[in-house]
Write a protein that binds this ligand. Structure first.
Ligand code: CA
Ligand code: CA
Length: 322
């Protein structure tokens, strides 16, 4: 946490916590107590919860530690006050609630619901769950929309006004809205590549973070149209444009080769010479290349996104993050 002059005034440091004190099952040898240099926690979400809005005398932080499969609630007021008198960052006694290990797999974006329960995207479990905070029981599960199972779901915003859910089904490259019975009300798929999250805007539109595509889109909910696109790559989707340029270059080369072969055929016909097998191979190859790269250049965006997705998932699996 920073003050208005960007001075660090507080931080949460999982490496200073003895995790065995939270759960005796996590011993000295466990992953929790053995920090590694890179990506040990992958802490991927934190929400500030004002005590006045959640019936507590203190403010809290709802924190998601992705690699720990752990969601926790931290008494921020106590933490901050202890830090002021010189305590380390992250006291075990200030973690007053936790949930996850053995239940969820590499979660994203937990939120506290108006009823006090916690909604969590169990990303690699392919579901969104609502956990009763008092009993730690799962009281509601959503695992599909429109007949399609979720794949690496990363964001689920509950809208208490309309009693529906805005869900980012990242692995299926789509944003969906479903009602509390699970019925699909709305779906958006255009130009999405592993979207990270979606939020309702005050004007009734939906803001989508494209993550892998580097594109942020504002979608008109009523017209199902893109109102605004912001490309992080200086206004250009760099990888897509590069792929398309390479494809068009090969397209031109193959069509020139094709034309060249045709001219040779016509010339040979006049002299009544025959076309050699090698020349037929080159002619066929140029035709195949032409149509292959025509296809690739038309679908460049989707292909780049799909390949990126496959590479990312493969790398994650190699690191043991499945
Ligand atoms: Ca959240
Ligand atoms: Ca959201």
């Amino acid at each position: 946490m920073f003050d208005f002059d960007f001075n660090l005034i507080w931080e949460f440091q999982p490496d200073l916590i003895n995790w065995t004190e939270i759960n005796p099952a996590w011993g000295a040898d466990s992953y929790y107590n053995n920090p590694i240099d890179y990506g040990w926690t992958h802490l991927n979400d934190v929400d500030f919860l004002f005590g006045s809005e959640h019936n507590t005398t203190y403010d809290s932080l709802l924190i998601s530690i992705n690699r720990f499969d752990l969601v926790l609630l931290l008494n921020f007021t106590a933490e901050f006050n202890e830090h002021l008198v010189g305590d380390d960052f992250g006291s075990v006694e200030n973690i007053y609630w936790w949930y996850g290990p053995g239940e969820i797999n590499l979660q994203h974006n937990p939120d506290m619901l108006p009823n006090g329960n916690i909604i969590i995207c169990d990303s690699h479990g392919g579901r969104v769950i609502e956990v009763n905070k008092a009993t730690k029981e799962i009281v509601h599960t959503i695992s599909s929309a429109g007949g399609k199972s979720f794949v690496i779901v990363k964001d689920a915003d509950y809208n208490p006004i309309n009693d529906n859910y805005l869900i980012t089904d990242s692995g299926n490259n789509r944003i969906v809205i479903i009602d509390n019975t699970g019925e699909l009300l709305w779906e958006w798929k255009k130009d999405l590549a592993i979207p990270y999250e979606a939020d309702w805007l005050e004007n009734g539109n939906i803001l989508i973070s494209g993550a892998t595509s580097g594109v942020i889109q504002e979608i008109s909910f009523l017209d199902a149209k893109v109102v605004l696109s912001y490309f992080a790559n200086s206004g250009k989707d760099f990888y897509v444009i590069t792929t398309r340029t390479v494809c068009i270059f090969i397209l031109i080369i193959s069509s020139l080769t094709f034309t060249n072969r045709l001219l040779i055929i016509l010339k040979l016909r006049k002299t009544e010479e025959t076309f050699s097998i090698w020349q037929w191979v080159r002619l066929s190859l140029s035709i195949i290349l032409f149509f292959a790269f025509l296809f690739l250049s038309i679908f460049a965006r989707r292909i780049v996104y799909s390949v990126t997705f496959i590479v990312l998932v493969t790398l994650q699996r190699r690191r043991g993050i499945t």
